[in-house]
Design a protein around this ligand. Structure first.
Ligand code: 2M8
Length: 420
């Protein structure tokens, strides 16, 4: 498909999934508003429909909690309870109490660059600061300057092997799946989705957090799943860099944002980088054990401009190795291709995701690797141009998998087309 036809296709997907004040990730599988999906969508809409880009994030931030957290799903009250599980009845409210990676400050900066709308920028700035403050003060479960996630869903890489060891320590109660029926495996192929055992654990962890009123006190002592995720923390540092630029634009002090970004990068290098694998790994709290699996979230810190150059070089090397295949015929996989349990179709355990590759593309450009960046961009555009805007792609055949007409794939395609 030519680039012009691809732009038309991507815009059509975003139009199809627009509800009037936000974009659903996919009409079939995800009929509500997801937090980091909206940020990626807004980055694409900034080119195609900038007013809609602002509205996308405004609707999300209108659901921000008083404590500053931006919920991972905002439920659309017009959508029947049965259309998504776990829906509002499970979470006991109009939103979930979980969060997702804070890509929103980066998205706001991108929309501002294209609209120069200072009034809307000023509306967002305190809200984005409150989002960061929640993460910094309420979610530093280990007290080491890194944010902990309390559920695999918070990482956005739901069933990544990063969480296997931590999940294996928790019981998988099959009774939970008799009480609550999964909907995802009625809409998508079960072989592409998390297993029942994992799903039972997801429900148990979410239910325990909900039953404690979504309080974050003594997470390390009381909660069954507490993990430091390298891509979540990298995106949080990237958010502070974007916030510094936003603050400067508004004539406000910015140094504290840059200082916090620097502190997050140092803590990540100290606690999450493994010189033996040359990449970052998730880490359990309070045990401090690093997950053995090599997953794409361990490469995402390449987005950080402040990363020491030898670490950036080591990430590029890991990405280029046969484990992830950067520079090969297809974009980078979500998991180590050479691992015994690499699964080409199951969600975050092998397939190729456009948002991860879009972040790596930015990282390659930021660390002065223009040739592999250009190649990766072409590979992404070819993949989407051949298969359509799928949720994820088969790492051998490039076939589209998961939901068709998936919003962030369309949005980030638009951004790649606009930024040659
Ligand atoms: C997937 O996660 C949701 C739960 O949040 C699900 O499986 O139902 C993940 O890929 C996540 O990163 C994404 O935000 C969400 C919607 O696209 O789907």
């Amino acid at each position: 498909m030519g680039r012009t036809a691809l732009r038309t296709l991507a815009e059509r997907v975003l139009d199809l999934n627009w509800t009037g004040d936000h974009t659903v990730p996919s009409r079939s599988l995800y009929p509500h508003q997801w937090s980091w999906d909206s940020a990626f969508v807004a980055i694409g809409l900034a080119h195609a429909a900038p007013d809609r880009a602002w509205r996308e994030l405004e609707s999300l931030f209108r659901a921000q909690w008083a404590d500053g957290r931006v919920p991972h799903i905002v439920f659309n009250p017009a959508v029947p309870e049965g259309d998504y599980f776990p829906g509002p009845a499970f979470w006991d409210g109009p939103t979930t109490g979980l969060v997702q990676p804070p890509v929103h400050a980066v998205a706001v900066r991108e929309i501002f660059r294209r609209t120069a709308d200072r009034e809307r920028l000023a509306w967002f700035y305190p809200r984005l600061c409150a989002q960061q403050a929640y993460l910094t003060t309420r979610r530093d479960a280990a007290g080491d300057g890194l944010v902990s996630i309390v559920h695999p869903w918070e990482s956005g890489l739901d069933n990544s092997p990063s969480w296997d060891e931590a999940l294996a320590r928790l019981p998988a109660d099959p009774e939970l799946l008799r009480v609550h029926r999964r909907r995802d495996i009625r809409v998508a192929a079960p072989a592409h989705r998390p297993t029942d055992a994992d799903y039972a654990r997801y429900l148990a962890i979410a239910g325990a957090y909900r039953d404690r009123g979504y309080h974050d006190d003594d997470l390390a002592g009381r909660h069954g799943f507490v993990m430091e995720c390298p891509s979540f923390n990298a995106l949080r540092a990237a958010a502070d860099i974007a916030l510094a630029e936003i603050a400067e634009e508004l004539g406000l002090p910015a140094a504290h944002h840059r200082e916090r970004a620097r502190a997050i990068v140092s803590a990540m290098v100290e606690h999450l980088f493994d010189p033996r694998t040359g990449m970052f790994h998730a880490r359990a709290v309070p045990s401090g054990e690093r997950a053995a699996a090599r997953c794409v979230n361990g490469l995402v810190p390449l987005v950080l401009p402040g990363l020491p150059e030898e670490i950036a070089a080591s990430l590029v090397e890991a990405a280029t190795s046969p484990r992830f295949g950067l520079g090969g015929a297809l974009p980078v996989t979500s998991y180590d291709r050479t691992a015994a349990d690499f699964d080409p179709v199951r969600y975050w355990r092998g397939p190729i995701w456009i948002n991860m590759n879009w972040l790596l593309h930015r990282g390659l450009l930021g660390h002065n690797h223009p040739a592999p960046a250009a190649l990766l961009r072409d590979r992404m555009l070819d993949l989407v141009g051949t298969g359509g805007c799928y949720e994820y792609y088969h790492p051998v055949t490039g076939a589209g998998l998961g939901a068709a007409e998936f919003s962030w794939t369309a949005a980030l395609t638009l951004d790649l087309l606009e930024n040659p």
